[in-house]
Design a binder for this molecule. Structure first.
Ligand SMILES: CCCCC/C=C/CC(=O)SCCNC(=O)CCNC(=O)[C@H](O)C(C)(C)COP(=O)(O)OP(=O)(O)OC[C@H]1O[C@@H](n2cnc3c(N)ncnc32)[C@H](O)[C@@H]1OP(=O)(O)O
Length: 430
């Protein structure tokens, strides 16, 4: 089930209303929204108002901007122009910036935060409240000026950084969150959300499953999973927890457990040699899955971190079974229960990583080796993998089911909710 991209968190349409049309369906000449917003029936700024507000800030009509850069104080006209300029940004500025824009807008138009603090489960409004409240008694004029300055800096920085990294625009594969290539007998699945440290959002879970199913049937001899940018992956995208369906958090947790079980099942059942090329730090589920890979090559820059207890969560990816077997129960406990972060060398000594390479020669050395492996007879490799792995498969599926069921409960816990809220709101303190 496709989900709104993570960046849409703050502009997601309210669940109780028809979704706002995407920007390209809006009339470019639509009138600007008024600067003061209605309040909810409880007197607080409602979810609808908050989301609509940010959505509208992002969706203003196209108006030519001529900011008076020499003026010490932004005029009302500058402010309105800046709101229009936001619409012109070609690249989404990210939630942190959207929160800043939201907070400054509220401060400039309404003054200091005067709403009651939203509840802990109301993640989006809590993040907004935090951002606005953090402005304290900042005068309206200063907030207005800061808003204008922020938009101005965004306009230049996002324009200049809009160049896509080499190779990251390969949409020919049809994937939004991955780059998938197939050559020299190797299908390479590259996690491709480098600005989010390759965090796995819902779309990425689905795309990885799709890519694995395709790779299991294609002509390649081996399949490789790696990351684009400085991270291998920062694990589950914590904003996955924010898009609550009409059935509430229980339905969210249930859907998450179903998706996770299917996702991990694809790794358990993958028939060809599956190799992880761990190009940088790995967190959470990107670490636990490594126990289901046939070989793991790591840069010496990589680290391996499973902070499940810190997040109020519990192990997945069959790691509650594979890690104690790979590295001893005590070492597995240090990682999975106490969240000890391992260096690549330590992970290699524990048997989680097959070999570590200096970062400077990592790509060259690893790919030379993989190309040699890919020349081996594919059927022999597949059959050998089968005989190594098959007698464990049933057990692994049972472990997977149990882990998902336990996690479903953890996701509803205060411990987990608090940890997620802390992460999401950490940067909204301006
Ligand atoms: C279907 C559901 C299945 C669920 C399966 C469960 C799995 C369990 C896990 O995977 S638990 C692990 C979850 N991951 C984390 O807890 C990591 C959270 N991220 C961090 O701690 C840090 O971001 C970091 C240490 C990975 C990197 O820190 P650094 O300071 O170098 O970089 P930034 O924090 O500025 O990150 C850059 C932007 O990327 C966003 N981001 C990074 N990781 C995540 C993530 N896991 N979820 C959501 N967003 C992430 C970060 O917010 C920055 O975005 P911004 O530029 O818009 O602010």
């Amino acid at each position: 089930m496709p989900q709104a991209p993570a960046w849409a968190l703050l502009s997601a349409p309210p669940r109780t209303q028809a979704p706002a049309p995407p920007p390209n369906l809006r009339s470019p000449r639509a009138p600007a929204p008024p600067l003061s917003r209605p309040r909810g029936s409880d007197g607080a700024l409602g979810l609808e108002t908050c989301t609509a507000l940010v959505s509208e800030v992002i969706s203003f009509p196209v108006v030519q901007l001529h900011l008076n850069r020499t003026a010490m104080r932004a005029s009302q006209k500058d402010f309105e122009n800046a709101m229009s300029q936001v619409k012109l940004l070609k690249k989404d500025p990210g939630n942190e910036v959207k929160l800043k824009l939201y907070a400054l807008y509220k401060q400039a138009t309404e003054g200091p935060c005067n709403m009651p603090k939203p509840g802990v489960f109301d993640l989006i409004n809590k993040a907004k409240w935090d951002a606005w409240n953090a402005l304290g008694s900042l005068p309206k004029e200063t907030a207005r000026q800061n808003y204008v300055d922020l938009v101005s800096s965004l306009s230049s920085s996002l324009e200049s950084s809009s160049q896509v990294e080499p190779g990251t625009d390969r949409k020919s594969t049809g994937y939004e969150t991955l780059m998938v290539t197939s050559e020299d007998g190797i299908t390479k699945i590259m996690l491709n959300r480098p600005t989010k440290k390759n965090a796995l959002n819902v779309e990425m879970y689905h795309e990885i499953m799709h890519a694995l199913k395709a790779a299991s049937k294609d002509d390649s001899a081996i399949t490789v999973l790696t990351g684009n940018g400085d991270y291998y992956s920062s694990g589950n995208d914590l904003t996955n927890f924010t898009d609550i369906p009409p059935g509430g958090v229980e339905e969210k947790a249930k859907n998450g457990a179903i998706l996770l079980r299917e996702f991990v099942g694809c790794f358990i059942d993958f028939p060809k040699p599956l190799i992880a090329v761990v190009n940088g730090p790995a967190v959470g589920i990107s670490v636990t899955l490594l126990g289901l890979f046939d070989a793991v090559y790591a840069s010496d820059r990589a680290t391996f971190h499973t902070p499940f207890s810190h997040l109020g969560q519990s192990p997945e990816g069959c790691s509650s079974y594979t890690f104690p077997k790979i590295m001893s129960p005590a070492k597995a406990t240090e990682m999975l229960v106490f969240g000890k972060k391992l260096t690549a060398g330590e992970a290699c000594a524990q048997g989680l990583v097959t070999e570590v390479f200096p970062d400077s020669t990592f790509q060259k050395e690893v790919w030379t080796r993989l190309k040699a492996f890919a020349k081996l007879p594919p059927n022999a490799m597949r059959i050998s993998k089968e005989i190594i792995r098959n007698r464990e498969k049933e057990k692994l599926h049972a472990v997977n089911a149990e882990e998902c069921s336990v996690l479903q409960g953890r996701w509803l816990s205060d411990e987990c909710m608090n940890a997620v809220v802390n992460f999401l709101s950490r940067k909204s303190k301006l």
